[in-house]
Design a protein around this ligand. Structure first.
Ligand code: LLP
Length: 383
């Protein structure tokens, strides 16, 4: 099993498993493809929550990327990675006072989602702000990924967003409107609907400097078609030109998902009730997407033949289950790799079941290096 010229078994031997592998060249390629496709003034403020590996965000900053961060630590990471404040956006429905202070100190743009959040900010000082709109449309692969539409904690309905924007103009640098309707979206229709709402608002306030359309670009995990990038780019740029504004995108998954793999070994093969289980050394604590959303991550591995197996991890919960797969015949000690693990993989990992956070290895130019060691007992247990 090779990724970008590197034999994954060498990585597994040197650093053990479970281990995340991230192909930094692929990250670069994904970023540049997106950046090139968008032919109007824009900032790609990469969403750190997808994968905040410091080397990765530094690499993106060198390519000119901005940062969308969910917390004070995200602001600090963007700052030390060389992201300028005017390309940094703090977004979240419930930021702490500390989050707001850190973002304001740096000069980042803060997306405001409620009147009370605006008041909290006023008590600190004057900031660069956007207002987050819930345009009444949402989309996403799983219910948990939809962040627009009815009964949502995110943003404000258009009329309220408008009145908040007008009130913010008095004591803040009110730059524009923001929305993020969901994640893992493949159709441009919901983006068009959201942009139309924002365009209406922008016209009513006499124009804005920034329109931030959030992230959400879908990535094929199994047999979905690729995201219609050209169509999306044309749509957003057409609207942005009509508005005479600058576009911000907060893309996360599209830039990192297919650059990442989770390497794991088969601990045990078990046959019960006529079914074969592969019990592997990676668990839901390492990659929670299958357990949390029912998401599927395809597996690559080497071997002869073909058989149906159930793949599960070491955590004492039935939901620590990756799915049913048709794979070559594997035995104990064999290596597998989950694909598309670069987004919301390590960043959602936990220490559940007293398991250490896994190691992370980066690949660049046909070579690999350790980016983050596996946690030891003291770090994992005592913090
Ligand atoms: N901007 C905001 C305000 C967001 O909340 C998110 C993701 C993004 C940008 C990036 O969206 P992307 O381009 O990656 O779709 N844990 C889930 C995904 C949750 C996304 C949360 N927000 C998963 O594993 O699929």
């Amino acid at each position: 099993m090779r990724v970008n010229g590197v034999d994954l078994s060498e990585i597994a031997e040197l650093f053990g498993t479970p281990t995340y592998v991230i192909d930094l060249d692929r990250v670069k390629e994904n970023y540049l493809r997106l950046d090139k496709a968008i032919k109007c003034p824009h900032v790609i403020a990469y969403a750190y929550k997808a994968n905040h590996e410091p080397e990765l965000v530094k690499l993106l900053a060198k390519l000119g990327s901005g940062a969308t961060v969910p917390s004070a630590f995200g602001v600090i990471l963007a700052r030390i990675s060389g992201v300028p404040p005017e390309k940094t956006v703090l977004v979240g429905p419930s930021p702490s006072r500390g989050d707001l202070i850190e973002a304001m100190d740096f000069g980042a743009i803060i997306s405001i989602e409620s009147h009370s959040q605006a008041n909290a900010l006023r008590s600190i000082g004057r900031a660069n702000v956007m207002v987050r709109v819930n345009p009444g449309v949402g989309a996403g692969a799983y219910p948990g990924l939809v962040t627009g539409g009815k009964r949502s904690k995110f943003g404000l309905p258009p009329e309220e967003a408008l009145s908040l924007f007008n009130s913010l103009k008095k004591d803040m640098r009110a730059l524009g409107f923001h929305t993020h309707i969901g994640s893992q979206i493949f159709s441009t229709d919901p983006f068009r609907a959201a942009l139309d709402v924002i365009k209406g608002l922008a016209e009513r306030v006499g124009g804005v400097e920034i329109v931030d359309l959030g992230g959400g670009l879908g990535v094929p995990y199994s047999n979905e078609s690729p995201f219609p990038l050209e169509e999306y780019a044309e749509l957003v740029c057409e609207r942005v030109r009509e508005m005479g504004t600058k576009l911000f995108l907060e893309t996360g998954r599209y830039i990192v998902a297919d650059a990442g793999y989770l390497l794991s070994r088969v601990n045990y093969v078990k046959e019960v009730g006529g079914e074969k289980w592969l019990l592997i050394d990676a668990g839901m604590n390492d990659l929670i997407r299958p357990a949390l959303y029912g998401a599927r991550h395809e597996i690559i591995c080497e071997g002869e033949g073909r058989e149906r197996v159930l793949v599960a991890g070491p955590v004492c919960e039935s939901s620590d289950f990756f799915g049913e797969y048709e794979l070559p015949k594997l035995k104990e000690g064999d290596l597998i790799a989950f694909k598309n693990a670069g987004a919301y993989g390590f960043s959602m990992a936990s220490r559940y079941n007293l398991r250490p956070l896994p190691a992370v290895v980066g690949i660049e130019g046909g070579r690999f290096r350790l980016l983050r060691p596996r946690e030891d007992f003291c770090r994992a247990v005592f913090g």
